[in-house]
Design a protein. Structure first.
Length: 94
């Protein structure tokens, strides 16, 4: 039986992965911002374009992002035992 093997990853691959992740996050942020603006335009005929509409829209999107980040972090680390209060934030994500 052999011990755990260590993979040697080249620095070029690490830099490529770093910039790929940064690029994906940048593009996802731009897409989310454009969806936010489109949603505000869709809601404007019914609710107006007041600060309350904008703040509600932004808060819903940020809550969904935070919950998604939490679930993704738990999924990535493999910690499937979540604290009891955390599943309540899954609602906005679905």
């Amino acid at each position: 039986m052999t011990g755990p093997s260590l993979q040697v990853v080249s620095p070029i691959l690490l830099h490529m992965r770093f910039f790929l992740i940064k690029g994906v996050v940048f593009i996802a942020g731009g897409v989310l911002m454009s969806l936010e603006i489109a949603a505000s335009r869709a809601l404007a005929p019914y609710y107006g374009s007041t600060i309350f509409v904008w703040s509600s829209l932004i808060s819903v999107l940020l809550t969904a992002l935070a919950c998604g980040y939490y679930v993704g972090g738990v999924w990535r680390t493999g910690n499937l035992l979540m604290p009891s209060g955390r599943p309540c934030c899954w609602g906005p994500g679905f």
